[in-house]
Design a protein around this ligand. Structure first.
Ligand SMILES: NC(=O)c1ccc[n+]([C@@H]2O[C@H](COP(=O)([O-])OP(=O)(O)OC[C@H]3O[C@@H](n4cnc5c(N)ncnc54)[C@H](O)[C@@H]3O)[C@@H](O)[C@H]2O)c1
Length: 461
């Protein structure tokens, strides 16, 4: 007993010493969870939920980053009515010229061209740009988006929008203060199956959805050396965790009404060692584990599972699976819906034989997919298929973005979606680096997560 005070002091010291957390914002351990500080909203600043801005007749677009993704976007924009490309920029002059030629060959007006490390600032400062469309590498997204909003421009930026919690708050604070849109270009929410299943979920086809899976499992071996200056490999070399979470988490957050009635509460992450990553990088200290899994619990007691693997020699998958009290949907490797027969509206047929424990037969699946196809998909699907971009979903995304800006509507994805879907990069790393410790997911709306009732995205019929 006489050693008790010494032991107690040592334990106290151990607890105090063990709370040093290397995060982009101040963090501490509370009730067994890592908790990151939420900065107070500056006085006079309002949240940006359902943010609208004056309608723009012709949306003038400046592109920054004309690599693989940016060039594809320019090719799509020549087909978009109500949009005009007025500026083009890349570090590399030849890439700018390549996109200028795409515009010229399509008979479009010439755009102002910029290259070099500072050219992007000139795009943000121009008077003839309403929307800055950013397709650069991950580390440049947030600084460019912030600068563009500060210069009075709306922003659309590639995934992930931010690579740290500090960057998430920079995007939010800038959008809230400037009242400029900041939309992350998460295209997977516009894929046919995901958009249609969202509409089914909104109509209650699956009952209460309490478990949802998503992911990004894509062997990038054929692509690593195509990224400018090898930026993607370099990022993964130095960062453990789910570095590319948004394709997986975006569609499931929409289905679960995240910050539209529910919110992500906390997560735990675990990775494997690096196996193939070490081989392709020829670096024995390669940080990113081959396979990362993150489990998230929501305030309403629902659960999300997200996976990341860009190293595996296996078929592509974004998982996308939903389990509800009354139904089930699955996209990879087999698309299917399982619901009881009484959930199916069909004037000509009864489906008493469907018990919900097997996928519905193909003709019923086709019937449901047609019945719940969102209006915007019906409206633009033929052109989207022709223009392409991941089978057409990229064109649907651009079409919706321009449509909303032209009509002064809230965008389908707001700055809080950008933050919530991107924040997994840092939060998964924090959890992994602390023995899979739970990490609280910040409430990026600062208390307004249940003020919008349900998903306001115009895919509703
Ligand atoms: N949504 C999707 O399906 C999808 C698919 C592929 C890539 N992406 C995202 O698109 C982004 C770009 O990826 P990518 O595959 O086109 O890579 P990439 O390397 O081909 O292109 C990035 C381009 O940005 C340019 N750039 C970098 N810094 C710049 C600066 N300061 N000023 C101007 N230009 C600059 C580079 O020169 C390069 O041309 C990434 O965020 C990636 O995650 C999204």
């Amino acid at each position: 007993m006489k050693h008790f005070p010494i032991i107690a002091a040592a334990l106290l010291c151990l607890c105090a010493c063990s709370v040093k957390i290397d995060s982009s914002v101040p963090a501490r351990i509370k009730d067994g969870k890592i908790v990151l500080k939420t900065p107070a909203r500056p006085a006079g600043q309002q949240n940006a939920l359902l943010l609208t801005a004056p309608a723009i007749d012709t949306v003038r677009v400046g592109f920054i980053g004309l690599g693989m993704r940016g060039t594809g976007a320019v090719k799509r924009f020549i087909h978009l009515k109500g949009a005009k490309v007025t500026a083009l920029c890349d570090l590399v002059a030849e890439k700018v010229q390549n996109s200028a030629s795409i515009l010229a060959e399509a008979g479009m007006p010439e755009a102002a061209c910029f290259d070099g490390p500072e050219g992007w600032k000139a795009v943000c400062e121009r008077d003839d740009v309403d929307l800055v469309y950013i397709c650069t590498d991950w580390k440049t997204h947030t600084p460019m988006a912030v600068y563009a909003m500060e210069h009075g421009k709306h922003v659309a930026l590639e995934v992930p929008a931010a690579m740290s919690i500090a960057e998430c708050w920079q995007l939010i604070n800038t959008s809230e203060r400037t009242r400029k849109h900041c939309m992350m270009l998460e295209n997977c929410v516009y894929d046919w199956f995901e958009a249609t299943v969202l509409n089914m979920a909104q109509h209650g086809l699956f009952g209460e959805i309490y478990h949802a899976e998503g992911g990004y499992i894509h062997n990038l071996d054929p692509y690593w050396d195509k990224y400018e200056s090898n930026w993607r490999m370099e990022y993964n070399r130095n960062h453990r965790g789910d570095n590319y979470p948004t394709h997986g988490i975006g569609p499931v957050c929409q289905v679960l009404n995240i910050h539209r009635g529910d919110r992500m509460d906390f997560l735990v992450s675990q990775d494997t060692d690096s196996f193939h990553g070490k081989e392709v990088s020829a670096d024995k200290d390669f940080a990113d584990g081959d396979h990362t899994v993150t489990l998230i619990r929501t305030a309403l007691g629902h659960q999300i599972e997200i996976q990341h693997n860009v190293y595996a020699s296996r078929p592509y998958s974004r998982l996308y699976q939903l389990t509800g009290t009354e139904g089930f949907a699955n996209k990879y490797p087999v698309q299917g819906i399982a619901v009881k027969g009484d959930k199916i509206e069909d004037a000509e047929k009864e489906y008493d034989n469907l018990d919900g424990e097997r996928f519905v037969p193909k003709e019923v699946f086709d019937h449901l997919m047609e019945q719940y196809k969102p209006e915007i998909v019906k409206e633009i699907q033929d052109e989207a298929r022709k223009v392409g971009g991941h089978g057409g979903m990229d064109f649907i995304m651009d079409y919706r973005l321009i449509y909303c800006l032209r009509n002064g509507l809230p965008l389908d994805q707001d700055v809080y979606d950008a933050a919530e879907w991107s924040c997994l990069t840092e939060l998964s790393r924090l959890s992994i680096e602390h023995g899979s410790m739970p990490v609280e997911v910040p409430d990026f709306t600062r208390g307004a997560w249940n003020q919008v009732d349900g998903y306001s995205y115009a895919v509703k019929k």
